[in-house]
Design a protein around this ligand. Structure first.
Ligand SMILES: NC(=O)C1=CN([C@@H]2O[C@H](COP(=O)(O)OP(=O)(O)OC[C@H]3O[C@@H](n4cnc5c(N)ncnc54)[C@H](O)[C@@H]3O)[C@@H](O)[C@H]2O)C=CC1
Ligand SMILES: O=C(O)C1=N[C@H](C(=O)O)C[C@H](O)C1
Length: 240
């Protein structure tokens, strides 16, 4: 497959290595310093784009791909207020658009465990829920996209919650899940869900040991996406 990388930082570099090791060709590596190359490239040979850039760059990168009919896998976090516009563009252009806050297969198992635990905890009283995420100090957004997905998984399954908030900011109401964001090098990504009561605590966690799992997941999705149309998610890709 012919791949272009939009964003060639920590993630783009590992994705490129994994893609090449699986026999794919990287036609172009775009970062903030060579973006003008997109104006002159011939889009026809491109099978798929993989976009891991920065919150402020995601929308223009994804729009460029969809407007040229190029399927795009995006993992950039921190821009989701504009996702509805990108979803609409993908449907209009009938081009595959796949976003996930976390491409690690292990984290996607963890998302399901979180939803199941939230359902169980809906039936018991006396516990307070909270989320903690720990990432490296270069991370630009807080909370992490993964922490937001975890919060959404709890909100979907627990009547008591309608929102989330950063724990160092005031919450608008009592129906909001606190998320604490810690920045400690070199943490690639740790997420913890805690239910605490007077009597005991229940805790589940996922700890990434490197960025390998995120990058491999993105390449596997990029191999699967070409030929599919419109908005797709991990629920379409995974069989569980
Ligand atoms: N969904 C997932 O599984 C994961 C998502 N991420 C997210 O991916 C994004 C990138 O993460 P890292 O590689 O660690 O960041 P990084 O800071 O190492 O790399 C970002 C890259 O984007 C480039 N860039 C900036 N503006 C650009 C533009 N207009 N067009 C193209 N490239 C541009 C920068 O030059 C840099 O090369 C972040 O939003 C992060 O939260 C990170 C790991 C896993
Ligand atoms: O910026 C990162 O590094 C990561 N970002 C993603 C997020 O915001 O959830 C995924 C992963 O945790 C690493």
């Amino acid at each position: 497959m012919n791949i272009i990388l939009l964003g060639y930082g920590k993630m783009g570099k590992i994705i490129g290595e994994i893609a090449e090791s699986r026999g794919h060709q990287i036609l172009l590596k775009i970062d903030e310093n060579n973006r003008e190359l997109l104006d002159s490239i011939d889009p026809k040979p491109i099978d798929v784009a993989i976009e891991f850039s920065q919150p402020e760059a995601a929308v223009s990168n994804i729009s460029w791909c969809l407007n040229h009919g190029i399927p795009v896998v995006s993992g950039t976090t921190g821009w989701l207020d504009q996702k509805p516009q990108m979803d609409q563009l993908a449907e209009e252009k009938q081009t595959g658009f796949f976003y996930a806050s976390n491409f690690s297969i292990g984290v996607n198992v963890f998302f399901k465990v979180n939803e199941y635990l939230a359902k169980l905890m809906n039936e018991v009283s006396g516990y307070e829920v909270s989320i903690e995420e720990i990432h490296h100090t270069a991370k630009k957004d807080a909370p992490s996209g993964t922490a937001i997905t975890l919060a959404e998984g709890i909100i979907k399954n627990q009547q008591a919650f309608t929102a989330w908030h950063l724990s160092d900011q005031a919450s608008e109401n009592g129906q909001s899940i606190p998320i604490s964001s810690k920045r400690i090098d070199p943490a690639p990504g740790t997420h913890i869900i805690r239910y605490q009561s007077e009597i005991d605590d229940i805790e589940i966690s996922h700890t990434a040991h490197s960025r390998q799992g995120f990058a491999l997941g993105a390449v596997l999705v990029a191999e699967w996406l070409p030929g599919k149309k419109g908005v797709l998610t991990m629920n379409d890709f995974l069989s569980f």
